[in-house]
Ligand binder design. Sequence first.
Ligand code: PAF
Length: 277
Amino acid sequence: MRIVHSVAEFRALRPSLGHLAFVPTMGNLHAGHISLVKAAREHTDQIAASIFVNRLQFGPCEDFERYPRTLDEDAAQLEDAGVGVLFAPDEQEMYPSPQRYHVEPPIEQVSILEGEFRAGHFRGVATVVMKLLQIVQPDIALFGKKDYQQLMVLRNMVSQFAMPIQVVGCETVRAEDGLALSSRNGYLSADERKRAPQLNAELRKIRTAVLDGHRDFEGLQESAAARLDSAGWQTEYVRICRRADLQPGNAAAAEEARVVLAAARLGTTRLIDNLEI
Ligand code: PAF
C-alpha cells in the first residue's frame, strides 16, 4: 500500500488508479471501517482510503484534541484489507490557509437530530468530504449507516453538485452484545462498556413495537429516553423518522420506510445508533 501525504502526489497518482472506490475515515479504525473496504472490493479492486481528523466538524467542547491518532496501526489494517493507496494529509496540507469556503447543507437536513446538538458539525463534514472528493476523484465513495444523517447529507451533496460519484451506504457493524462499533467506544470505562448495549436494545424494542403495529411514536420515543435516563444516560434524542429525509415519522402512513435514531451520553462519552425499521 502506498501512503500519500500530499494533494500533489495523490493527483499525480490518480490516472494510474482507474475505476476507484474511496473510503474516507478519521482513523482509529475498527471492524466497521474495514467492512467499508470489504464492501468497496465488491465494486472494484482499486481502493483508496483517507485518514484525516477534521477539525471543522468538531464543536469547541468536543473531542478533537483527544481523538486518537493511530496512523501506523490504521495503515496496517487498511493494507491487510486490500487498500492500495492511503491519503493521509496533515492539517497544513488539507487547510493550508483558514478554510473560507464551506459547503452549507440545507437547513432542514442539519437542524434536526445530530444538528440540534452539534451546531456546525455537518457543515464541517460536508466541507471536508467535498474537498476529499475533489482530491481523490473516486468513482464510488462508501460511508457507514452508523452515521445515518451524515450519509443522507453527503448523498444529497453529491447529487446536488452533480458529482459523478456513486455513494454507497454500508450496514453498521456491531459487537456481539449489539453495541455499534465506534472509535468513541474506546472512551468508555469498563463499567460503561457493559452498560452501553442498552442504547441498541432500546432501539430494538422500538423497532419491534412499530413492526407490531404500535403507532404512538411519541410515547415509544419518550419511554425509551426515560429508561435510558433512569439507567444513568443523558439522552439527547430518540426519534422515529422517515428514512428518506429524516423528518418525523408519520404514524398514519402505512407504507413509510422508517428508521429510529438515538444519541445519548454515558459518562463523558456521546454514543449514537440507529436501526432501520
Ligand atoms: O465518518 C467519518 O469518519 C467522518 O465524518 C468523515 C466522513 C471521514 C469526514 O471527516
